[in-house]
Design a protein around this ligand. Structure first.
Ligand code: AGP
Length: 612
């Protein structure tokens, strides 16, 4: 997944492009580049981060009021200077940046090579700009029309921006399968993969829809059409995001900021939905499909990574509270295993970014089969949100750190609200239990607040495990998915191998791993098979394992046997995952920082995987 930016207007483009790329670097950072016009289209690009590009451009005195920029997460071609974007046409008059994959690029490349085209890179993107050039020369058309015609020949996903020597008062953009936002200023346009580079300049934005292509010109304005040449009117929206929301706010890393934001983000998730005055839950999107859900044979939850872990917790909540049959699927598996999907199924996609390719594809498959498709997303206007029949935004605010934290707890909060909404409609739990859970859910932000103040204690514990080679995470019931999530957090930012298991599964194999070098995190909260988990801790200690236990305030039993104990507030069992997860986020954060890892941009990862 890559980040693209562009600018055309009255300001110098270079600083706007560089700053925009810095804001998008979480989307991919193995190479970066910009194209500007200073008499001719000039590409400045190289392997490395945006800071390296800035150094490379130092002193080049680049003056241009039009430009495009790109930060890459390699899909075709290794990260190097040649494969970095932008790419130019054979005659170097056209320059393009691209986020996505052109699946039929090889056949197009062969045809172009037969007509004398020579390529410098291994990328699919370079093929696309040569195709645009070929069409423009053959059809003698405008750049706008040439891009549109070229996109009718490609198969795959793209968010592109194209500029040319031919007319420096235009940037051509197009979108299919990868996100692209256009910011509208006073006689200027901003282009980006998401709104974070745009919000400081304007709040007026247009999210391009699937299969749309646009021409942005200061003289002629915003021309929008489909790639089938149907003229459209741009739908301008007001951005909700604020600038401070995307800054670090004094924290060392976005990840720590986002962990500390959770009392607020959970409050924002609940706001307007949990109406304590009359003990009711209002969720417009879900409500409009509650009959479909109540009459459904089952709910199939599809997601990837952390969102899949939230989905697992959703399964426990929906089955336990609302007695609805739930299956949780990795979207990447679901889309290819020829699954049985019936019209009476409800498919629920969960995604922070709303752009994960596998989740999008699984949703499309479900829609083709006639299922109702709902979504829980964090990014307003994202592709998954717009593809769904209805759904709920988590309102966790922009999540910049690659490791998902506040979006996860927001997803679980939404799933809890949905489960309670449906349980009440079905009367599958008593009114008193329903009201108890509602009251406790409303108190969660305060409880999270109280836990975050323990971060120094968790930091101290983390020091003991900086050199650990492996970790096991164990939990039962609602806390089994929390164990999986804790393990993922640790491995993806500290690069320590970690596995999550249902605690009872240990004796079916993993117990062989346990010795004095193996740290084991055990979630042993009072509610949820507590006695059995205590036995599991004793089994670990009998083999000299090192136990870090997450317990309920005031627990004395586990304190006697575990090596380290982190206490969390007492809460009803269905609400435990939100709280139990917080110390695991902090533990992985501090271990990773002490290991000198790049916490916000871990190696090999990107914030949203918009390619397969
Ligand atoms: C989470 O910490 C990971 N970065 C990753 O697993 C992520 O959850 C996954 O890629 C799904 O992303 P999405 O929620 O944006 O769809």
């Amino acid at each position: 997944m890559c980040g693209i930016v562009g600018y055309i207007g009255h300001r110098q483009a270079y600083p706007i492009l560089i700053k925009g790329l810095q804001r998008l670097e979480y989307r991919g950072y193995d190479s970066a580049g910009i194209a500007l016009f200073d008499g001719n289209i000039m590409n400045y690009k190289q392997k490395g981060k945006v800071a390296d590009l800035e150094q490379f451009c130092e002193g080049k005195n680049i003056k241009s009021t039009i430009g495009i920029g790109h930060t890459r997460w390699a899909t075709h071609g290794v990260p190097n200077d040649v494969n970095a974007h932008p790419h130019h046409s054979q005659d170097k008059s056209i320059s393009i940046i691209h986020n996505g994959i052109i699946e039929n690029y090889e056949s197009i490349k062969k045809a172009l090579q037969k007509r004398g085209h020579q390529f410098e890179s291994e990328t699919d993107t370079e093929v696309l700009v040569h195709l645009i050039e070929e069409i423009q020369k053959k059809e003698n058309t405008s750049l706008f029309e040439s891009v549109r015609l070229a996109l009718n020949e490609v198969v795959g996903a793209y968010a592109i921006a194209v500029i040319s020597n031919e007319n420096i008062d235009e940037v051509i953009v197009a979108k299919k399968g990868s996100p692209l936002v256009v910011g509208i200023g006073e006689n200027e346009f901003f282009i980006a993969s998401d709104a974070t580079p745009i919000v400081e300049y304007t709040k007026e934005v247009v999210y391009l829809e699937e299969g749309e292509v646009a021409r942005l010109s200061i003289k002629d304005g915003f021309e929008l059409k489909t790639i089938e040449n149907v003229i459209l009117t741009p739908y301008v929206q007001e951005l909700e995001m604020s600038l401070e929301a995307i800054e670090k706010g004094g924290y060392e890393h976005f990840m720590l900021k986002e962990i500390f934001e959770q009392p607020k983000s959970i409050t924002d998730t609940i706001r307007g939905r949990l109406l304590s005055s009359n003990a009711s839950i209002k969720m417009q999107g879900i409500d409009s499909y509650s009959d479909n859900i109540l009459q459904a044979d089952r709910i199939i939850i599809i997601a990837c990574g952390t969102s899949w872990h939230a989905g697992l917790i959703g399964e426990y909540l929906l089955e336990d509270l609302a007695r609805i049959n739930v299956e949780v699927e990795y979207a990447s598996e679901f889309r290819y295993r020829n699954p049985i999907i019936r019209e009476k199924d409800v498919v629920l996609a969960i995604s922070q970014s709303g752009e994960t390719a596998d989740t999008l594809a699984a949703m499309r498959l479900a829609k083709e089969k006639g299922a109702t498709v709902l979504a829980i997303c964090n990014v307003v206007g994202s592709s998954i949100a717009r593809l769904s029949d209805a759904g709920a935004y988590t309102h966790a605010g922009p999540e910049i750190g690659v490791a998902s934290t506040k979006a996860f707890t927001a997803q679980v909060t939404i799933l809890t609200l949905i489960s309670l909404l449906l349980a009440r409609k079905k009367s599958t739990i008593s009114e008193s239990y329903y009201r108890q859970l509602l009251i406790e859910l409303e108190m969660i932000p305060k409880k999270v607040e109280s836990m975050i103040s323990m971060n120094d204690y968790v930091e101290d514990i983390s020091k003991k495990f900086v050199d650990a080679q492996n970790f096991l995470y164990l939990g039962r019931g609602y806390n089994f998915p929390v164990a999986l999530e804790g393990a993922l957090k640790l491995k993806e930012i500290s690069y320590i191998h970690a596995e999550g298991y249902p605690a009872a599964e240990m004796k079916h194999g993993p117990i062989a791993l346990i010795d004095e070098n193996m740290p084991i995190v055990v979630i042993a909260t009072k509610k949820g098979h507590y006695e059995k988990v205590v036995s599991n801790i004793q089994e670990v200690k009998a083999r000299n394992g090192i136990v870090i236990a997450i317990v309920t305030y005031g627990d004395t039993t586990v304190k006697e046997i575990a090596d380290y104990v982190i206490e969390i507030p007492e809460v009803a069992e269905p609400l435990t995952p939100i709280l139990a997860n917080i110390p695991l986020q902090l533990l992985s954060y501090y271990i990773a920082v002490m290991r000198g890892c790049n916490v916000d941009q871990p190696r090999n990862l990107a914030k949203s995987v918009t390619v397969e």
